[in-house]
Design a protein around this ligand. Structure first.
Ligand SMILES: Nc1nc2c(c(=O)[nH]1)N[C@H]1C(S)=C(S)[C@@H](COP(=O)(O)OP(=O)(O)OC[C@H]3O[C@@H](n4cnc5c(N)ncnc54)[C@H](O)[C@@H]3O)O[C@H]1N2
Ligand code: MOO
Ligand SMILES: [Mg+2]
Length: 396
């Protein structure tokens, strides 16, 4: 049996390249940017007033007791105005182009207006309240680098440089596959020996978090049915995500059928808990990658985050962040299995701490909703101590 680290490396080695595509700006949310985005003009594109008030030429302030006659106004959205008499002022609004012959803006709260004349009541600094042309970014500068996830903040940047269409990484075609005779639909009333199929809806929902819509299948425990349906699914998809049917049971047919369909087994079983009977394979000719997760809900969920998500990001050419938190209770992890313990996180004493949730093994599906993620604990001689920093795999 291989170690978690070995299995992880083997999975990443089989990354795919799904290519790039153009999508409408608002459809690019949460997608991966596939092009560098350049500023199409200076940011800001003109000297911009940052306060509502008056625009003046600073030098005219040197005359004592100066009162400024209001010559006119400069609103946002109009072309640049011009101050005709240097000793006068123009009213100016936030977002307007600073008028010609003006170099300083004084806000309304610092002036008094009477009979169309302004007196200034506060100390003024030359150049104040102006956001200078090109002071954020110069035209041609890279404002977004390819490989980042497009969040609402990036949508704003893309909009401001006129990207109505954005080049993003293509999402893989994925089929999620539940296996087992015991599974019934969510809207059905299960017989006492049956359960509702929940695992693949969890996975479908997790995929939607990465903006990936998937198709789904349910395979009954019949070798011929499994064979027929998998043969088609292998052709039609880039990735198959399965749950169940990979352990030692008499009806755990998935590994055999996969191999009979020309899928090369990369590994079966990993020295980890939960998720030990994980089967991973590739169909080289069809370019399809198969993640066959153990059926216990916690195993499927853990392995999706431990293997599939890093594989997906590697295939897109980006890396997931490595997160670390502090352990709030001592734990002893004996060889040989790497343990993934689901924890609730809490911020205290300037750090994030993880506390294991109360759970009843990897079949305890409700425990997943109590946790924020898994901590990764490699087996070691001494117990993990309170406050020890451990790797954290976020699941919410
Ligand atoms: N003799 C051994 N038995 C088992 C071993 C072992 O090493 N030797 N490993 C155990 C471990 S660990 C796990 S995990 C499970 C994995 O089993 P399978 O991948 O074969 O999955 P199934 O047998 O089909 O189902 C297991 C369990 O999960 C439930 N399940 C399956 N699919 C769904 C679904 N879509 N939604 C909700 N629940 C699902 C299923 O009903 C079973 O209760 O094997 C152990 N056995
Ligand atoms: O992988 Mo199994 O998850 O230990 O129950
Ligand atoms: Mg089984």
């Amino acid at each position: 049996m291989i170690t978690f680290k070995e299995a992880y490396q083997k999975v990443l080695k089989h990354r795919l390249n799904f290519g790039e595509e153009e999508v409408q700006l608002m459809d690019s949310l949460n997608r991966i940017l596939a092009e560098d985005i350049l500023a199409d003009r200076d940011f800001p594109p003109f000297d911009r007033a940052t306060k509502d008030g008056i625009a003046i030429q600073f030098s005219s302030l040197l005359e004592t007791e100066h009162a400024f006659i209001i010559e006119g106004e400069a609103a946002a959205g109009v072309t640049q105005q011009s101050l005709i008499n240097i000793g006068n002022c123009l009213e100016v609004m936030t977002g307007a182009v600073v008028p010609q012959n003006c170099d300083t803006v004084v806000m309304y709260e610092h002036i008094t207006i009477a009979d169309n004349k302004v007196t200034i009541n506060e100390k003024v600094t030359k150049g104040q309240n102006i956001h200078y042309k090109g002071s954020d970014e110069k035209a041609g500068a890279v404002v977004l680098s390819k490989g980042i996830k497009i969040t609402p903040a990036e949508i704003g940047v893309l909009a401001s440089v006129g990207k109505s269409v954005v080049n993003v990484k293509v999402n893989p075609k994925i089929c999620t596959i539940a296996t087992g005779n015991e599974l019934v639909e969510v809207d059905q009333l299960p017989e006492p020996h049956q359960i509702r199929k929940s695992n693949m809806l969890t996975i479908e929902a997790a995929l939607l978090n990465s903006t990936i819509a998937s198709s789904s299948l349910h395979l009954l425990d019949d070798k011929e049915i499994i064979r027929t349906k998998l043969e088609k699914a292998l052709v039609e998809n880039d990735v198959l995500l399965l749950s169940g049917g990979v352990s030692k049971g008499k009806f755990d047919f998935i590994p055999d059928v996969m191999e009979s369909l020309g899928v090369e087994k990369v590994f079966h079983r990993v020295a980890q808990r939960p998720g030990k009977p994980f089967w991973f394979g590739v169909h080289a000719k069809l370019n399809t990658v198969i993640f066959s997760f153990p059926g216990n809900p916690v195993s499927t969920f853990a392995n999706y985050h431990l293997y599939f998500l890093p594989w997906l990001h590697t295939s897109w050419g980006i890396q997931l962040d490595n997160l670390y938190i502090k352990l709030s209770v001592p734990m002893r992890i004996m060889p040989p299995l790497t343990r993934f313990v689901h924890v609730k996180t809490e911020f205290k004493e300037g750090a994030v701490w993880g506390t294991p949730v109360v759970e009843n093994g990897s079949g305890d599906l409700t425990s997943l909703a109590k946790a924020d993620g898994f901590i990764c604990l490699e087996p070691k001689e001494n117990a993990y101590e309170v406050g020890e920093v451990v790797r954290f795999i976020k699941t919410r």
